[in-house]
Design a protein around this ligand. Structure first.
Ligand SMILES: C[S@@+](CC[C@H](N)C(=O)[O-])C[C@H]1O[C@@H](n2cnc3c(N)ncnc32)[C@H](O)[C@@H]1O
Length: 292
């Protein structure tokens, strides 16, 4: 890949024509999208017809070419959302609607140190890296070597090479958490209740643990584990529904289809345990904790 990966940002106003080796998303009139690496002399084939890469190289982002079948195809650099939805994946990715809420509810901010697991396909890793910025770090832990390889390929493809503030560790996150410190711990794995204790060791009071779980029994089990542990409070669960709208002249209505349920987000704040000077009585369960 050239020095123009999709994740890079150029000075606004700078001419930035599409170049050889660059990743673009090609979208036809029906909204079908493909991620394509532009190569001099290359051709992209689809149901819409063929597009010669040379017809796009050197032209501005947003340029339109017409295929021999008369279909217009637009070329844009992929957003992180485009990339995540089209990148190669082994494990199921965290969708952009949930990535956004994870960053908000876990309060992931520039300069923070975040530990996440499992790395899976690296989709959430990309969102967390953007949220912490160059002054922060993300450690992604993955116990399957094949999934770790997927995550590395996707993260480095988006960033155009190795990422200085990203560490990918192969192993069980409970082991890794035992001797690390983090501002935030984000877990997208099936049995996070096993990680509640190790995460408390990595988080200082005030830190946040967030879990991403698809089913109600899992949410019940992690919520019990969080309250029972003694180092957490403000345990709260929410899910995020995003409904698109079709806006076409006076025909304005909700889209017929939407991604409804993906997963529940359960967030907890780390507080001092009794041994750390916390309250002697069991921590009260605050049933009124709400996620706004
Ligand atoms: C759904 S995937 C994660 C997807 C990822 N968040 C993304 O957005 O691409 C869950 C991953 O957790 C990994 N995993 C499960 N338990 C783990 C553990 N205890 N430690 C580390 N990784 C674990 C699995 O191997 C799997 O790759």
């Amino acid at each position: 890949m050239s020095g123009t990966p999709p994740g890079r940002v150029v000075t606004p106003g700078t001419p930035d024509p599409l170049s050889d080796g660059e990743l673009v998303v090609l979208r036809d009139e029906r909204g079908r999208r493909s991620l394509v690496v532009l190569e001099a002399g290359g051709t992209w084939h689809s149901h819409s017809g063929a597009v010669a890469h040379d017809d796009l190289l050197g032209r501005p982002e947003g340029s339109i070419v017409r295929t021999p079948k008369g279909v217009e195809v637009i070329a844009l650099r992929p957003t992180r959302e485009d990339f995540v939805l089209k990148m190669r994946r082994g494990a199921q990715v965290v969708y952009p609607k949930d990535q956004a809420m994870i960053v908000a509810l876990a309060d992931v901010r520039p300069g923070m140190h975040v530990i996440e697991a499992g790395a899976g396909s690296g989709a959430l890793s990309l969102a967390l890296l953007d949220a912490v910025g160059p002054g922060g770090t993300v450690m992604s832990v993955e116990r399957r070597e094949d999934h770790a390889a997927d995550a590395r390929r996707n993260v480095e493809r988006f960033h155009g090479g190795p990422v200085a503030n990203w560490e990918l560790v192969i192993g069980d996150v409970s082991d890794v958490l035992r001797d690390r410190a983090a501002h935030r711990v984000v877990l997208d794995l099936p049995e996070p209740w096993h990680c509640v204790g190790p995460a408390a060791g990595a988080l200082a009071p005030g830190g946040i643990l967030l879990t991403y779980l698809p089913s109600v029994p899992q949410v019940m089990q992690v919520t019990e584990a969080l309250w029972d542990h003694g180092a957490y409070t403000d345990v709260a669960t929410s899910e995020t529904l995003v409904r698109g709208w079709d806006v076409d002249g006076v025909a304005v209505r909700p889209a017929h289809r939407m991604v409804a349920h993906t997963a529940f987000l359960t967030r907890a704040r780390r507080v001092p345990t009794r041994a750390e000077g916390g309250p002697a009585l069991p921590r009260k369960r605050r049933r009124d904790v709400a996620v706004d």
